[in-house]
Design a binder for this molecule. Structure first.
Ligand code: PLP
Length: 397
């Protein structure tokens, strides 16, 4: 059986899969089984934040595996405590951290915190969570319901939990608030929805309004966190102080980890929430190595340089292929080209693969770029060379 046959026979078909068999990665370069190289502008959907095979991350994982991989959360876990400290320090917020295993699970934790807040802090029960259209918050029954895309709420998986509603814009959120609203859950840059950043002033005003009303602001930083937007958190870039922040994707550099940070540190008590794997030795040792690498990188000015360089290249491409793309969108190393049609989007991603370039889709018509934060200028140059030959082919078809 070929690998494709094996996969099709035994793995459930929940993804529209490409069958290139990658066997190795170094930095932002991937190699398939035939030794062919690809520039990785997707980073495993914003996960490989320090690239593939970063020696310091590999060493941290190997060293940790040789000692202890896992002991339950009934014991104290040294790298977990250290990672929490690092996250709080880098964020600049006075918060505590709960560790989970994924973005959806982190958002579940955030919603539980909000629900308990709404149950215990007011005279009436407050339980409603407002999210935005085109958002994405995960695939569990609750987080899929929190996701503001009707196509996700098929009757196939109903009934869904109550208490979620979606608004078209930040403007509409104000009108939607009632005395049962406990929280507003937003991405500052919508990722899956199409790489769509919100205006800073708009977000700052909303944050101030929610604070005044005693409504929690939950920022889903599963994709925007860990330097993706140029700062440790997008919340830092937007200069707001959320009540709850969720993280996952880039935090473990590829090792599964999720986290909820909140300034309501006393709200959850033993028995309220938990996770068997969450915050175990392996994932938190990896997370700690990732943050140490990226903190140094950020302090050296390399993050700011990489994102300026990438942005310049992408703007140039957008300007040179007006027949294919409306505009360039995004912030930091979370970028997109808004294609003129879904066909152009699909053709670009497919032909890029043939040219040795991994790029992603987002929303209905966005070609998405989420390179590792540590990507080098040489890798960016090579990737854009391949993007250009891709677009030459797409536009001549
Ligand atoms: C990817 C993503 C999630 C879901 O994360 P999983 O690890 O796949 O559960 C949630 N929110 C946002 C903003 C995401 O980009």
């Amino acid at each position: 059986m070929t690998l494709e046959e094996l996969d099709k026979k035994y793995v459930l078909h929940t993804y529209a899969r490409d069958y290139t068999n990658f066997v190795k990665g170094v930095g932002a370069t991937l190699y398939d089984e035939n030794g062919r190289d690809y520039i990785d502008f997707g980073a495993g959907i914003a996960v490989n934040s320090v690239g593939h095979n970063h020696p310091r991350l590999v060493e941290a994982i190997c060293n940790q595996a040789k000692n202890i991989i896992h002991i339950s959360n009934l014991q104290v876990i040294e790298p977990q405590a250290k990672l929490a400290q690092k996250m709080v320090q880098l964020s600049g917020y006075d918060m505590g951290v709960f560790f989970a295993n994924s973005g959806a699970e982190a958002n579940e934790g955030a919603i539980k915190i909000a629900r308990k807040y709404g149950e215990t802090k007011f005279e009436n029960k407050r339980y409603k969570v407002i999210t935005l259209e085109h958002s994405f918050h995960g695939r569990t029954i609750t987080t899929v319901k929190a996701t503001g895309q009707e196509s996700f709420h098929t009757p196939n998986f109903s009934p869904y939990p109550e208490g979620f509603s979606y608004e078209k814009s930040i403007e509409d959120v104000y009108r939607a608030i009632d005395d049962e609203t406990v929280a507003v859950l937003i991405e500052l840059v919508q990722g899956e929805g199409g790489v769509q950043p919100f205006e800073k002033e708009e977000i700052q005003q909303l944050a101030a309004h929610l604070k005044e009303k005693g409504i929690l602001l939950i920022v889903d930083e599963v994709q925007t966190g860990v330097y993706r937007t140029g700062e440790f958190l997008a919340s830092n870039l937007y200069e707001i102080e959320p009540d709850i922040i969720t993280l996952a994707k880039g935090l473990g550099g590829g090792v599964p980890i999720g986290a909820v940070m909140t300034r309501h540190k006393e709200l959850l008590v033993p028995g309220d929430h938990g996770s068997t794997f969450g915050g175990n030795y392996l994932s938190t040792a990896a997370g700690l190595a990732v943050l140490e690498i990226l903190e140094e990188y950020y302090e050296s000015g390399a993050v700011a340089e990489a994102l300026l360089y990438f942005e310049g290249k992408l703007q140039d491409i957008a300007a040179r292929y007006p027949s294919l793309f409306e505009k360039e969108v995004g912030i930091g190393l979370m970028r997109g080209l808004r294609a003129k049609s879904a066909e152009i989007q699909a053709a670009t991603i497919k032909s890029a693969m043939k040219e040795g370039l991994v790029i992603l889709k987002a929303g209905r018509n966005t070609v998405r770029f989420l390179p590792s934060i540590t990507i080098t200028k040489a890798e960016i140059d090579e990737g854009f060379k391949r993007l250009e030959s891709t677009l030459e082919k797409v536009s001549s078809n």
